[in-house]
Design a protein around this ligand. Structure first.
Ligand SMILES: Nc1ncnc2c1ncn2[C@@H]1O[C@H](COP(=O)(O)OP(=O)(O)OP(=O)(O)O)[C@@H](O)[C@H]1O
Ligand SMILES: [Mg+2]
Length: 277
């Protein structure tokens, strides 16, 4: 049985991949996106976006990438997994991803190659940008390197623009490093959705998936229950909505109401409570 066809949908509305096409522009996401775009245009250097697990950082990162990549004058790259084991490995990665020819063999040589590349780009009117997701796993040595890149500058601006997206634990670590903290041009804490935004996000995702039905698939009570159960965090919301729609179809109910949501929440709680030997 095709679950979504049964609901009149063209595609899955609540997949948990970070697809920017499914990003509902919440007040938080919209503000973060605008401020990041402004900061990148002004070439202010380092920007850090911090948020809880599943709040939408990767989605925002991909959306920012899409927006910037559409414009002229930017050379933008994304690091999805910054678990570099050494400074040398990170430097190598940067040269490779930006397509910089290597000269020399030492870490120092590579750093110089990269600096010259950045200068060259800027002289050609291009702005190099590096987006780093999963920033909480950056090692102290790589953080130190990032700080060092901020010394690459002209009189007016930084040569390399950076955005780090990270879970809250990075904030703790950065607080212990004043010299890093002081150099962040834009700090943004991405907060969960408010209750009315949960309703809008669900309607938005159903719309993108092709829902054109007259009746709402989720009642107001259901939305309230979803908000209460998830605290407004998009990933738990997405997973709960997925389970609720499945329940709806399998049990031939007309709409997701608070009771359906409760059933799904209880099922998940039971799963979480299974003792692990
Ligand atoms: N603004 C949004 N509108 C609609 N869906 C969203 C939004 N933000 C996040 N989501 C959905 O929530 C899920 C988790 O998002 P994402 O992977 O971006 O979170 P994250 O903050 O990167 O999580 P983690 O801390 O685990 O890396 C995805 O399914 C994504 O589609
Ligand atoms: Mg993520």
């Amino acid at each position: 049985m095709d679950l979504y066809a049964a609901l009149g949908l063209a595609q899955e509305p609540f997949s948990t991949t970070a697809d920017p096409a499914f990003m509902y522009a919440s007040a938080e996401h919209r503000e973060a996106l605008l401020r990041l775009q402004l900061s990148l245009r002004q070439r202010r250097g380092l920007n850090v976006v911090i948020g809880d697990i599943g709040v939408g950082k990767t989605t925002l990162c991909r959306k920012l990438y899409d927006e910037i990549a559409r414009e002229d004058g930017y050379v933008i790259r994304v690091v999805d997994d910054p678990s570099f084991r050494s400074e040398f490995q990170f430097m190598n990665y940067l040269l490779h991803t930006f397509g910089v020819p290597r000269q020399g063999r030492s870490g120092y040589d590579f750093k110089e190659c990269f600096r010259k590349f950045l200068l060259d780009m800027v002289e050609k009117g291009q702005t190099p940008i590096l987006l780093i997701d999963e920033g909480q796993i950056l090692s102290p040595a790589i953080l130190e390197m990032i700080r060092m890149f901020l010394n690459f500058e002209t009189d007016k601006f930084k040569l390399l623009q950076l955005v780090i997206f990270a879970q809250l634990e990075l904030l703790e670590r950065l607080r212990a490093r004043r010299n890093f903290m002081d150099r962040i041009a834009l700090r943004y804490i991405l907060n969960p959705l408010q209750e009315h935004e949960v309703a809008e996000m669900i309607a938005f995702r159903l719309g993108v998936a092709g829902y054109q039905g007259e009746r709402p698939l989720f009642t107001d009570d259901a939305i309230h229950a979803i908000y209460e159960a998830t605290g407004g965090l998009p990933r738990p919301i997405t997973m709960l909505c997925h389970n609720a729609l499945e329940y709806l179809v399998l049990n031939e109910r007309g709409a997701v109401d608070a009771e359906v949501v409760e059933r799904c929440v209880e099922r998940e709680a039971a799963f979480a409570a299974v003792p692990v030997a």
